[in-house]
Structures are given as structure tokens and as C-alpha cells.
Design a protein around this ligand. Structure first.
Ligand code: URA
Length: 234
């Protein structure tokens, strides 16, 4: 692949910018300045550094984001900041999108990708991908409330939820809920249906992925090849 093409598909520079940068000695290939932006490189084997930043090759992008409050799960929004704005500018130039949605005030694991086929598969209701959320709610969950949430509740639009799992902490006002679907405001509405209210919601897993404890709020990292393989095998 041409060096300038590699830089443009990585969101780093247009071909013209790459040409200029190469002439200025700002691009290193395997440690040496490369002045010819049209030269062929092996995007996997060769190490390309642009303005001091190592540029990794990705056929597709898979990013784990620890979403903070206050960001919407969208690629563009007129009023609110989007989760894409948490990424460096060069990644914002790629066709990434959130795989599913977390509410603006929900935090935690959000997968960003440019692989539409995989995202479609992971979000398909038929696949029932498991999601775990840590929650805090307003009042203690009774045994009846727990049984109702676990057995399936009827939401305000008449939809009956699939069986879920609830693990309550000692005070019964917090814990972990596991669901296999992703309707709009699902967990908030589930708790609403038993006369309770979610105060705090954090997604801690999505299918085989667990929120990386090393990621600070607002932080991101690429998925490992093993994590991608696990998603692909779902
Ligand atoms: N359920 C909700 O109510 N909100 C989310 O963000 C995710 C699941």
C-alpha cells in the first residue's frame, strides 16, 4: 500500500498533507525519515511514525470507550457533545459509530467501530447479546420486585421484557442487572414498572467484553485481536 494512502485511511493526513509532511521529514518509516509519500509500505510489518505518533494499521476499528455522563451515543448532534468527541481528532475523521446506545447519563462500556456488519449482528434482537449494568436505585428492591424484573415485566408501551438476572448488594438499593436486549431506556423503564427509579447506571460488560478497569472515565483503547475474535464468534 502507498504510504500516503495508509496515512489517509488512518485519518492522519490527506494525500497532499502527507506529501508535504514527508518532504518536511515528519514521517518515519522503520525509524528513518521517508521523503517520498508515494512509496510502497507493508502496513502491517512496517512501523510508520507521523509527527512522533506511531500509526497502527487497522483493517477495521474496534474501540472500547469508558463513556462518561453528558455525552450522547451518536455520530453527530446539534446540541450535545457526542461520544466520538472523546476520541483524538484523527479517529473522528474515520467512519466510526457507537455499536448500540447508552443514555446521556449512563456511563461505562461502549463499543465504537466502523464494521457495520458486525455491529448489525451484535445488535440484532435475535442474537440476545448479554449486557451487564451496575445500578443504584432509589428504594430497596423487594423480593417481589426482584422476581418481577427477573421473570420479565411489561413496559409502558406494552412490551414484555425477556428474563433478566438481578444480583443485589446488601442494602438492596444497588447491584448488577443482566439483560439480553436493548430497548430504549430499558433498565430505567424496567425499574419504573416496579415503582422504583434508577439513579445511576454503568454498563460493565457487553457480550464477551468487560469494561477495562484501567480505562479512566472518558478513556478509550483499541480492542485486542482476541477480543475482536470473541465478538466475531458470537
Ligand atoms: N437501559 C437504560 O435505561 N439506559 C441505558 O443507557 C442502557 C440501558
Amino acid at each position: 500500500m502507498r504510504l500516503d494512502k495508509f496515512l489517509s485511511i488512518s485519518g492522519v493526513a490527506t494525500r497532499r498533507e502527507a506529501e508535504k509532511a514527508a518532504r518536511a521529514g515528519r514521517i518515519l518509516v522503520n525509524g528513518l525519515p521517508e521523503r517520498d509519500s508515494a512509496r510502497q509500505i507493508d502496513p502491517v510489518a512496517d512501523m510508520v511514525v507521523f509527527d512522533g505518533e506511531k500509526i497502527e494499521y487497522h483493517e477495521n476499528y474496534y474501540i472500547m470507550l469508558n463513556k462518561p455522563e453528558g455525552y450522547v451515543s451518536a455520530t453527530a448532534d446539534r446540541r450535545e457533545p457526542t461520544v466520538l468527541e472523546l476520541l483524538p481528532e484523527r479517529l473522528q475523521r474515520l467512519a466510526l459509530f457507537p455499536c448500540g446506545r447508552l443514555d446521556k447519563d449512563t456511563t461505562g462500556l461502549l463499543l465504537l467501530t466502523d464494521n457495520g456488519t458486525l455491529a448489525h449482528r451484535l445488535l440484532s434482537p435475535r442474537r440476545q447479546v448479554e449486557k451487564k449494568y451496575r445500578f443504584v436505585c432509589q428504594i430497596p428492591v423487594s423480593d417481589e420486585g426482584k422476581a418481577a424484573l427477573e421473570g420479565g415485566v411489561v413496559l409502558d408501551d406494552g412490551y414484555r421484557t425477556l428474563p433478566a438476572k438481578l444480583e443485589l448488594d446488601a442494602g438492596r438499593r444497588s447491584g448488577i442487572i443482566t439483560i439480553h436486549e436493548g430497548k430504549y431506556h430499558q433498565i430505567k423503564r424496567m425499574f419504573g414498572s416496579i415503582g422504583n427509579r434508577i439513579l445511576c447506571l454503568e454498563r460493565i460488560s457487553f457480550g464477551p467484553l468487560s469494561l477495562d478497569p484501567a480505562l479512566p472515565c472518558g478513556g478509550w483503547r483499541y480492542l485486542s485481536p482476541d477480543e475482536v475474535a470473541q465478538l466475531e464468534s458470537l
